[in-house]
Design a protein around this ligand. Sequence first.
Ligand SMILES: Nc1ncnc2c1ncn2[C@@H]1O[C@H](COP(=O)(O)OP(=O)(O)OP(=O)(O)O)[C@@H](O)[C@H]1O
Ligand SMILES: [Mg+2]
Length: 203
Amino acid sequence: MTTTSVSSSQPLRHQLRQQIRHARRQLSPQQQHHAAQQLSQRLQALPQIQHSQHIAIYLANDGEIDPQPFIEWLWQQGKSVYLPVLHPFSKGHLLFLHYAANTPMTTNRYGISEPKLDVRRVKPIAELDAICTPLVAFDSNGQRLGMGGGYYDRTLSQWHQHRQGPYPIGIGHDCQYIPLLPNEKWDVPLPIIITPNHLFTES
Ligand SMILES: Nc1ncnc2c1ncn2[C@@H]1O[C@H](COP(=O)(O)OP(=O)(O)OP(=O)(O)O)[C@@H](O)[C@H]1O
Ligand SMILES: [Mg+2]
């Protein structure tokens, strides 16, 4: 007889994703605007950002905190900004493409805006200095729950195993905090998570 091993934390993770995605979608446009400005200020003050030249980030979707004001600041500073693009062949993996105000964009299969694939714009992950990751929930230990695709867990696996590659910075709303998340062995904890009102760092 064969048995399939299904982790018991999956139903709870699913429920938490639903609950927190709902909470962040309830934020008003004014709350979202204010949160985005506060987040930008906090990120600008971060030494890991000040010392970085090549920074990956994302475009807001599904009530996520909006990095746009921060992206504008990065451009003004002459830093290079990159966005995730679903890998066309390698399932579950991301590519990072250079992003400027005039970059041609397209919509991916999750309905998220991403740069149109152009190999000349691809930046190898090892050449990024920092990655600001979206998240659905996070906890006091720096653990992050994402949308469930494992994309950032794969992207950050070198960081997890060898502390190599881009420095990961989680960003989100304060309402996405959960004291203790149910984790799986592949989840990559983040050394720093920033919200409009708090900064969580690894102890
Ligand atoms: N490094 C990895 N290599 C292979 N599979 C992985 C890796 N990391 C995660 N996965 C797989 O991805 C799936 C989804 O993982 P998980 O539920 O942790 O997603 P998530 O962290 O919420 O999503 P994301 O990273 O996209 O925000 C799991 O089935 C897991 O086995
Ligand atoms: Mg994960």
